[in-house]
Design a protein around this ligand. Structure first.
Ligand SMILES: [Zn+2]
Ligand SMILES: [Zn+2]
Length: 343
């Protein structure tokens, strides 16, 4: 029985772990998993090569990754700069920045899990270029790279892609992690994330896989059932700072984890994936250790983790699962994608 509260050192908050409740009776909504096979090319997909997008731009016949400015940006250079002053204590600023889309591959039906490690490596280099390019621009304080995958997280177009928000502010979780890391460094002389890696290596129970320079694990303080962290073992403020062999190792670990996630329930595993990289606001972030976080919304096949009173109302997570158990489940999964076995 696991029933305790665990401290999340990066977010500086408590997580209530009540794993003894996992099998309590449930009569709520279950998610239907569409199993229909997709074609490699869809004539009316706005992400497929050669197709027309809204606004009249045509995609090139791209062969690997393809990056373009989002046609419906949430932050953009055209956001109004002449704003009316709000009353009293209220503050505002122009919603300026750059929003981009990155297609992983010309194939409409190839998810990140189904790309080869070499293709994932190409994508990682694309992300490096984007972080360097956008982060160096004046007024861009942070570059958030993320993928929403699956209908349960609201993705309407299944063509595998991620998004980039380069903003004039630092996203909240990054700001919190950066502050926690800086304080830890000042107090102990050590990098906070290195202390997390040391604790995970000491326990072993939550490690999913690793190679020479990269590691995947479900952290002790995980909020979601299958919340996997993937990181280089050496401290780098961003993906852009990784040497080529480290990028190759990271691509290999990503591939292994993504295949395991898909194999778990023999379905394309939905998630929110986010790269946590240091801000690009010109300050130094010595204690910041780049990592990738997966926040999968399902805790069982077809069963959503609902955010409710504790999470939405109070701001702390209630987890129904033991990270040790979930990590063991993923460790046990094969590393050959189930579709390639069937196919
Ligand atoms: Zn497509
Ligand atoms: Zn993080």
């Amino acid at each position: 029985m696991l029933w305790e509260e665990r401290w999340h050192p990066l977010r500086e908050e408590w997580v209530i772990v009540a794993a003894h409740r996992q099998n309590r009776p449930w009569s709520g909504e279950v998610v239907q998993t569409p199993a229909k096979a997709l074609p490699a090319y869809v004539p009316d997909c706005y992400l497929c090569p050669g197709n027309m997008r809204v606004g009249g731009r045509r995609n090139p016949n791209y062969q690997q990754t393809f990056v373009f400015d989002n046609d419906h940006p949430c932050v953009g250079p055209d956001a109004p700069a002449d704003l009316e002053k709000p009353s009293g204590i209220y503050r505002h600023q122009p919603a300026q920045g750059i929003a981009r889309v990155v297609c992983y591959s010309p194939k409409h039906n190839l998810t990140l899990a189904e790309l080869t490690p070499a293709e994932i490596e190409v994508l990682l280099h694309t992300w490096q270029d984007q972080y360097r390019d956008l982060g160096a621009r004046p007024g861009i304080d942070h570059v958030l790279i993320f993928e929403n995958k699956g209908e349960v997280v609201g993705v309407s177009n299944p063509h595998p892609h991620c998004q980039i928000y380069a903003t004039n502010f630092v996203f909240k979780y990054i700001e919190t992690e950066a502050r926690a890391g800086q304080r830890h460094l000042a107090e102990t002389g050590r990098v906070l994330f290195q202390d997390i890696l040391a604790a995970e290596q000491a326990d072993q129970a939550r490690i999913i896989c690793q190679n020479d320079t990269a590691i995947a694990f479900i952290p002790y303080f995980a909020r979601y059932a299958y919340e996997v962290y993937i990181a280089p073992k050496a401290t780098h403020p961003s993906l852009a700072a990784l040497a080529d062999p480290e990028v190759r190792d990271l691509a290999q670990i990503l591939k292994r984890v993504l295949v395991k996630l898909d194999n778990l329930w023999q379905m394309s595993f939905p998630y929110v994936m986010v790269l946590h990289q240091a801000p690009t606001d010109g300050k130094t972030y010595d204690g910041f250790h780049f990592h990738i976080e997966f926040h999968p919304p399902l805790r069982k096949p077809n069963l959503l983790k609902y955010l409710a009173g504790p999470e939405i109302g109070g701001g702390n997570f209630l987890s129904d699962t033991a990270p040790e158990e979930k990590a063991a489940e993923l460790r046990a999964q094969a590393e050959v994608h189930y579709k390639s076995v069937q196919g």
